[in-house]
Design a protein around this ligand. Structure first.
Ligand SMILES: [Zn+2]
Ligand SMILES: [Zn+2]
Length: 208
């Protein structure tokens, strides 16, 4: 599997490009900003973008969404609860980033447990509310894209619309800490980690 992390925009929000190297089919996770840099990775590798998958719809994760959608024609995938808010300036915190909410709509509305495939890769959507209402993590083999739910040594903020700290911790405890220790975690900000490392060391999960 091909996996590339691109920290983009003023928040250095991680955009991930995952592809099946046999078929060249590709998914872009969180087209956070700088569409040209995302597209240059796609073009250099000859990838065929099938899906643009959103961990959640905060502006720092979707600033390049409209442009990447226009250039690839790929289906946009979001959890139902965030899909409904994708075009809402307040919920997406677009004002904070001096931008406006995307105009694109979700083409595929995901629910907890749904799967999608590209080439030989299967993505499973795990609804992890708490940072937003429709936050989700995406599991593909031993790779977990965790958005702003779980970071290396930290967890997501819960002081934005739809945020709820207890729900976030419950999501992590019930839906992520049941995964194997050797699952690699790729967060929306900062470096990657593993489920096992976070289970032992994340101060927010101490009593789990
Ligand atoms: Zn966020
Ligand atoms: Zn973020």
């Amino acid at each position: 599997m091909f996996l590339k992390r691109l920290p983009l925009g003023s928040m250095q929000t991680n955009c991930y490009i995952l592809a099946d190297e046999d078929t060249k089919e590709c998914a872009i996770f969180d087209p956070s900003a700088e569409a040209d840099r995302i597209m240059s990775v796609v073009e250099e590798n000859g990838f065929d973008v099938k899906y643009i998958i959103l961990t959640h719809v905060h502006a720092d994760h979707v600033m390049a969404l409209d442009k990447v959608k226009r250039l690839t024609g790929a289906d946009i995938v979001a959890h139902r609860c965030d899909a409904e808010m994708l075009n809402d300036n307040g919920y997406t915190l677009s004002g904070l980033f001096f931008t406006s909410a995307p105009q694109s709509k979700a083409d595929v509305v995901a629910e907890d447990g749904d799967t999608l495939t590209i080439g030989n890769l299967e993505f499973r959507f795990i609804h992890t509310p708490g940072h937003t209402l429709g936050g989700m993590c995406i599991l593909c083999g031993d790779t977990l894209i965790s958005g702003d739910t779980l970071f290396a040594g930290s967890v997501g903020r819960t002081d934005f619309p739809g945020g709820d700290h207890k729900k976030l911790i419950d999501s992590i405890k019930d839906k992520l800490m049941v995964l194997d220790d050797d699952i690699n975690v790729y967060p929306g900000h900062g470096p990657s980690t593993t489920i096992g490392y976070e289970r032992e060391n994340n101060p927010y999960l101490e009593r789990l």
